[in-house]
Design a protein around this ligand. Sequence first.
Ligand code: PLP
Length: 460
Amino acid sequence: MTLHNAATSTDQLVELDKQHFTHPWTVFDVFAEQGALPIASAEGCYITDSHGKRYLDAVGGLWCTNIGLGRSEMADAIAEQCRTMAFANPFVDMTNIPATQLAAKLAGLAPGDLNHVIFTCGGSTAVDSAYRLIQYYQNCRGKPEKKHILSRKNSYHGSTYLSMSIGGKAGDHPPEFDFITDFIHHLSCPNYYRAPAGLSEAEYLQQLLDEMESTILTIGPDRVAAFFAEPILGAGGVIVPPEGYHQASWALCKKYDILYVSDEVVTSFGRLGHWFASWDRFGIKPDIITTAKGLTSGYQPLGACIYSDRIHQVISEPGHGRCFAHGFTYSGHPIACAAALKNIDIIEREQLLQRVQQIGPYFQQQMRTLEDLPIVGQVRGMQLMVCVENVRDKVSKALFPEELDIGKRISDHAEALGLIVRPIVHLNVMSPPLTITKEQVDTIVRTLRQAIERTIVDLQ
Ligand code: PLP
């Protein structure tokens, strides 16, 4: 077929897509049959497919369209930078104005002494960069043995070989892929809903901390380099750890000279009502923060690894002639950085952080009304991150068989009703743009209720 440049009809596009585009997380059998839904345009919280059907996108793209899509101001900033200077070599001794300005801006917004920025092309490479930085730091300070990583089951840190190995989602570790196992240790997922029956939240917290400390002692504190943690485990099902968990695990890291890497790829840039949730919401000052997604609200691919003065002093100590041989052709890409600067400008000007602090509790409260449905075990989350956990039995919390694909059944019904929610096995997660209105929240809740009710009927 010579459709490649001429594809205009949706059917042609779907066929070409099937033939040539290997999508992230493709389930080959299903994809070969159903293909993908082509999205043609987007505005605010809405996306429109190539048939012209409009959907309220409660997922915010993929936790990323924070300021909402289709803003002319963003298009203008991107176009202007593209015309002025689309690219400059970022290596060694050349820079570009948007990258410098953005690095300085991020240093101002990030907590504590996080004043140094490694730019990347997205979240996964920010996590990879964090670990390369950590290796370099430990070697520079004469601790070459200190390289082991702690992370958690059910965490998600990206899709490169390293970041996927740090992640702890069993479903993302199929046997056909290989993973790094010799220096990465997965602690328990801090999910009180799935804690052993009879434990109070405080007892459960203590159990998690005991496990963390005993793991450190077993590996040997001199060998443990870093703890990688999302403040709220996003793709693992919006798991909010028990109260006090962040500060206590941070304290353990300090006690054993372990670097705390807060993976804020999802939780930064307003999703929880703050620039960064680590300090402003959870009261911890990480040594490194990784971010992406809301940094540009999805208008351009960009990530960043923001690290401390303390690390910088060690790696840049004068007199060693060291070279930090790490980075990418597109590190600090001027167009992506110009988009990020404009995105931050819009968040500030429209006071979107404050807005999330107002609408977030309403979203949470309204979503929790779904807990009266017979298959909704728990609705959890914080501000504009929400997860509905679907269960077969609310008392025992038993799950539906995986092959029933309950999350996907619900999201298919929602899609037919004009709402996008993201299925993750038995879960449905949502993270709408920060501009979401009360009326749109009501529509999400009403439509999702209908989708779940329709799924319950299917199951009878
Ligand atoms: N870290 C977290 C917490 C994420 O949720 C994601 C993506 O969802 C990543 C890292 C990877 O980011 P990217 O897909 O931009 O590489």
